[in-house]
Design a protein around this ligand. Structure first.
Ligand SMILES: C[S@@+](CC[C@H](N)C(=O)[O-])C[C@H]1O[C@@H](n2cnc3c(N)ncnc32)[C@H](O)[C@@H]1O
Ligand code: SF4
Length: 367
């Protein structure tokens, strides 16, 4: 059963220098309209799949670049053409420079009940360093308007490990984040992807990101601080107040089937993982000529599925069933001695230090 739906909106007002998401800076209503119509056509390719959507997630790019009427239009289309549970979790990613009270009110009226805001930081120096186009006031206003419109399930993104960021800066940020009436925080370590301007600046020595030790201290501070404010750490980068874990993202980590539509979106259906073209015009052309815009497709074997369970499960703080890696007894002991892995009641999970090296550790534990 396919339970999650991801919809990618590949438009942004500016391209942030660190971002490797598929998005382009186009401000053209005609293209937006065409894209929405194309998304609907693509959705219809999956009309006969075994679907009952429990979550819908509009991600980007910047979905909030669109007039809310487009988001509503898609939701109505989905409700008309697919099975969907009574109270689905519907999330929209929002940039702090876009939606205000009226927009949130419309979203709320049509069933959007979760908003994820790309705040990154409330400190001007961090926002400047990240090349963001908004101010701390924009972020506060967005949260305030969202709450006023009656959407209480709010996530704020936070980025740490920024050049010149100190532990005191991070603590100040955490203080502001947790002073707001929000339910969820996603805290990402700044990653200098090679193909991005930031990646190039770091590679060529023009930018120095904090050292591994500093990053470890920052991550530990986030864990301890958020715990003291009753945010439960449930995944590598995600914290939630009780009852507010992101259902949609949990589907990814718990290996539940999902459909992704739009440029560059991934899907996982009937043991097949597939992803779409990253090129907007290629996407529009293919879908409108009745062809699925699939770029790659991969059938997951029994061994792949086991590896997926290990890889995704170890991102969660509840970890995985020890049986999944029982043949790696020596490695487990080694990782435990290094304080990277803990073994509790037949479950194995990464420690905070282990989370920071998760890619490396997980690669060693796979079959
Ligand atoms: C699609 S964006 C969120 C919505 C909107 N586009 C925005 O930026 O306001 C998803 C999130 O990924 C995170 N992110 C993007 N690039 C990153 C990078 N290189 N390192 C760490 N986090 C990153 C940011 O926190 C960002 O808010
Ligand atoms: S971080 Fe968000 S706003 Fe910036 S380019 Fe990426 S998707 Fe667009």
């Amino acid at each position: 059963m396919v339970k999650g739906l991801y919809i990618h909106i590949p438009f942004c007002n500016i391209k942030c220098p660190y971002c490797d998401f598929t998005s382009i800076t186009i401000n053209n209503e005609e293209i937006y309209k065409k894209y929405i119509e194309t998304l609907k056509k693509e959705l219809l390719f999956y009309k006969n799949e075994n679907i009952n959507f429990e979550t819908i997630y509009f991600g980007g790019g910047t979905p909030s670049i669109l007039n809310p009427k487009y988001i509503i239009d898609i939701i109505n289309f989905i409700k008309k053409n697919f099975k969907i549970v009574k109270n689905p979790e519907i999330t929209v990613e929002v940039n702090p420079k876009t939606y205000r009270f009226e927009d949130f009110s419309i979203l709320k009226e049509f069933g959007i009940n979760r908003v994820s805001i790309g705040v990154q930081s409330f400190l001007v120096k961090n926002l400047k360093m990240l090349g963001r186009n908004h101010t701390p006031e924009d972020c506060l206003k967005t949260v305030e308007d969202c709450l006023k419109a009656g959407i209480e399930n709010i996530n704020l993104d936070l980025i740490f490990g920024i050049q010149n960021q100190t532990l005191e800066d991070l603590e100040e940020d955490l203080k502001i984040y947790t002073s707001l009436d929000i339910k969820h925080i996603s805290a990402y370590m700044l990653t200098p992807y090679e193909e991005t301007p930031l990646g190039q600046l770091v590679k060529n020595g023009y930018f120095n990101l904090p050292s591994d030790e500093e990053i470890e201290d920052m991550y530990k501070l986030i864990i301890d601080y958020l715990k003291s404010k009753n945010f439960y750490h449930y995944e590598l980068s995600n914290w939630a107040k009780e009852g507010y874990q992101c259902k949609h993202n949990l589907f990814y980590w718990e290996n539940v089937q999902f459909l992704g539509v739009g440029v560059s979106a991934w899907s996982y259906i009937n043991n097949v993982r597939f992803g779409s073209t990253k090129n907007l015009f290629d996407y529009i052309e293919k879908v409108n000529s009745g062809v699925k815009p699939i770029l790659f497709k991969e059938f997951l074997t029994e061994k792949d599925l086991k590896n997926e369970k290990i890889m995704l499960g170890l991102r969660l703080t509840k970890g995985i069933d020890k049986n999944l890696i029982q043949d790696k007894e020596n490695l487990i002991k080694l990782l435990q001695n290094e304080n990277l892995l803990e073994d509790k009641k037949n479950r194995v999970r990464l420690t905070p230090k282990g989370f920071l090296l998760s890619n490396y550790i997980i690669s060693k534990l796979l079959d």
